[in-house]
Design a protein around this ligand. Structure first.
Ligand code: GRF
Length: 176
């Protein structure tokens, strides 16, 4: 089994995925459309093959590869249909979709005083943070919780659940 993790930013989810699959027979490669993205540095440190690929060259790059699953983790562009036709793409978003699509989701939920927030893992479509939902994890926001604490909690949840859902998809071909 081989997966591609695509990201444009820090890559903390990518790292959680690499650590989770460390002694399991899943090969991981990293692709970023940002040359200076920290996700590429993490890949280097973790000894994971990594590629800088311009967004517009993604189709050409992926077309001859044999990934079982494409995992978006902070990839900040919408994928066109020709790229999506190459396989199964999933994404993680730090909100209870369809609420707060796009950037700044945690901040917007926090400033809106939402009592319940969470994360969504979903199949990718050619529309922003849309596509069939695979799993949502929700929790109640503690009284007096700071934005920083909320962000930490969201990221911890992401790092726990995303690798496990990837594994289920790879093993079962689907989620129960
Ligand atoms: C995560 O919060 C993810 O939900 C969103 O982008 C962020 C990526 O963070 N799509 P990182 O690059 O994995 O640290």
């Amino acid at each position: 089994m081989k997966i591609a993790v695509l990201g444009s930013g820090s890559g903390s989810n990518f790292q959680a995925i690499v650590e989770y699959f460390k002694n399991k027979s899943v090969e991981i490669e990293c692709i970023s459309n940002k040359k200076d993205a920290y996700i590429l540095k993490r890949a280097e440190k973790l000894n994971i093959p990594a590629f800088f690929v311009e967004h517009d060259d993604l189709y050409e790059f992926l077309r001859d590869k044999t990934y079982n699953l494409f995992v978006l983790a902070g990839y900040m562009r919408i994928l066109p249909q020709n790229v999506l036709s190459l396989g199964t793409f999933i994404n993680i978003h730090p909100s209870i979709l369809p609420n707060y699509k796009g950037v700044g989701a945690i901040k917007r939920a926090y400033h809106n005083n939402d009592k319940e927030i969470g994360i969504t893992i979903h199949y990718v479509s050619d529309d922003l943070d849309s596509g069939e939902i695979i799993e949502q994890i929700k929790f109640n926001v503690d009284e007096g919780c700071t934005l920083y604490e909320l962000e930490e909690k969201i990221h911890q949840l992401e790092h726990y659940h995303y690798p496990r859902i990837i594994e289920k998809l790879l093993i079962k071909g689907d989620i129960e």
